[in-house]
Design a protein. Sequence first.
Length: 223
Amino acid sequence: MKKRLVIPIVFGVIGTAILLGLGLWQVQRLAWKEAILADISARIVAEPVAIPVNPDPETDRYLPVRVAGQLTGQEIIVLASVKQIGAVHRLMSVLETQGRRVLVDRGFVPIESNPTAQTGPLEVLGNLHWPQEVDSFTPDPDRTTGLWFARDVPEMAKVLNTEPILIVARQVSAYNPPVTPLPVTAQGIPNDHLNYAITWFLLALVWSGMTVFLVWRIRQPND
């Protein structure tokens, strides 16, 4: 009888230990991710600076900037979704500032509205961003309507003849009622490590429970 118990007990202990280890690893990952999100949140609201000469998409992501210039009236409309609102149009506009042309995500408008492209002076407080919204399932821009389905900064810059720089507005100086800024936040960055940890711990509980049940069955006398 004892020999029959060795294998299920060994498998039960090893399996439970592995699953508990994976759960603890996810707890460590959770702390790591929360520290990153806290750093990003602090960076987003830091003191704004001028646009760097050659901003880097990695090191300068979320960098707060303040820029003044002229809107040219050129823009790209991107189909997007806002929580509790639904489908909207985001406005990517061209801003000329100190001899440079950059993109400004001014915010969103209701999908049924048809606002005219804005021109004139504008001061923007926002954050540099290079959204990673394009994948193999993203449709190409609609040639008929000109509607885009993702914020593809390099491609938008080519079409509008700007630098591949996008400023996501938090505040703008010109009041334009239909347009609501949709600023950068850390809320959209995935952080599922707590769910993963709970899953591994529950699996460890199930595995250990099955092991106990199997050992109990083996110990029962044969009829």
